[in-house]
Design a protein around this ligand. Structure first.
Ligand code: ATP
Length: 368
């Protein structure tokens, strides 16, 4: 398997549009890297440049230390799995998987060994004689994976490979892909729109916006330590609550003032606000829905309490989302389904201030 290095990678399309700007990333052997970001942010373009399907306009792409910018796609030792996994309808599963190897004139017995091994890994052994039309969506997707696996490429590139599947199959295939990554010890780069896929599959996630990498980090760190407002809002569902807050400093006491509520700033964040001159300024307070508690149920320190009226009650089975306004901004609380609160009720909510994020209103960067 392989390591990859993207140094200052850029893409300018022939119409002058710059789709990828100064993309830098070192990918270690066996990593599972996820590209996420809003539609049009340059995820597929970056993947296609790695595959060699798109010219690289600037920067250097290396695989295992060798520069690949001008190497033909077929010589890059990369396999790509797309969302429309176009299998050959007239060929059996076996022949679909064997096809690429036949083209490369690999000896027949070697092809047979590779196809049977891939079929074993993907649990396709009983389906080898079937044609694609006699397979379920998930089985077809596995055959598409099989076609990539038999080549034993250094790197797998996957562009939303599960987006054509229904919700239940997606979950199954997600687990298959996680197993595959483990079994093959493969380096995988994977583009997705799906937060759960990103959070569960990735060893690291690359968050992109407008062709620019915003943050590269483990799923856990992206969730707990987003570097800016965009990443904070993009990762997590329901999304993080954002409220304008005035920084009030009174001696060693620092509070965030939101619509008349004074919320205490925890010790680890006080100093940064004072040292960086935020006293009296407006910042953005970020708090995730699960860190907003019904006041009576929160016993932790660092509590900041707000009072409001519940606009909407949403039961999702195991949990409830409560929506209410604070200073004209909607806030979501994610609480247990045992709550007796309903729409129209007046209630007090406690922000667990030890979990808050604070952002600069101009630069939108995290203040820390
Ligand atoms: P999605 O999630 O919708 O697939 P993406 O993040 O993969 O989006 P890309 O397909 O990489 O985005 O496209 C990045 C930007 O480049 C988009 O604004 C797109 O319109 C533009 N783009 C893509 N292909 C071309 C092209 N051949 N010529 C000009 N612009 C292009």
């Amino acid at each position: 398997m392989a390591s990859l290095s993207l140094e200052g990678i850029q893409k300018v399309y022939s119409n002058g549009f710059q789709a990828v700007k100064d993309f830098n990333l070192e990918i270690a052997d066996k990593e599972f890297i996820i590209f996420v970001g809003p539609s049009g942010c340059g995820k597929s373009t970056t993947l296609r440049m790695i595959a060699g399907l798109e010219d690289i306009s600037g920067g250097t792409l290396k695989i295992d230390g060798k520069v690949m910018n001008n190497v033909e796609p077929k010589d890059r030792d990369i396999a790509m799995v797309f969302q429309n996994y176009a299998l050959y309808p007239h060929m059996t599963v076996y022949d679909n998987m064997a096809f690429g190897l036949k083209l490369r004139k690999v000896p027949k017995d070697e092809i047979d060994k590779k196809v049977r091994e891939a079929a074993r890994i993907l649990d396709l052994e009983k389906l080898l004689d079937r044609k694609p039309k006699a397979l379920s969506g998930g089985q077809r997707q596995r055959v598409a994976m099989g076609r990539a696996i038999v080549r034993k490429p250094k790197v797998f590139l996957m562009d939303e490979p599960l987006s054509n599947l229904d919700a239940k199959l997606r979950v199954q295939m997600r687990i298959e892909i996680a197993k595959l990554h483990e079994n093959l010890g493969a380096t995988i780069i994977y583009v997705t729109h799906d937060q759960t896929e990103a959070m569960t599959l990735g060893t690291r996630i690359v968050v992109m916006k407008d062709g620019v990498v915003q943050q590269v980090d483990t799923p856990q760190n992206l969730y707990t330590k987003p570097c800016n407002l965009f990443v904070a809002g993009f990762i997590g569902s329901p999304q993080m609550n954002f409220l304008d807050a005035e920084v009030k400093v009174n001696g060693s006491d620092v509070t965030l003032s939101v619509g008349g509520h004074e919320l205490p700033v925890p010790a680890d964040k006080k100093q940064a606000l004072i040292d960086k001159g935020y006293a009296g300024k407006t910042v953005i307070l970020g708090i995730r829905p699960e860190d907003v508690h019904v006041a009576a149920t929160f016993t932790g320190e660092n509590a900041g309490t707000v009072h409001s009226t519940i606009n909407v009650y949403e039961l999702l089975g195991a949990e409830v989302f409560l929506y209410f306004d604070v200073a004209g901004t909607q806030v979501t609380a994610r609480v247990g389904s045992g709550t007796e609160l309903r729409s129209g009720d007046k209630a007090s909510f406690t922000f667990d201030m030890s979990k808050i994020h604070i952002f600069d209103k101009e630069t939108e960067l995290t203040i820390s």
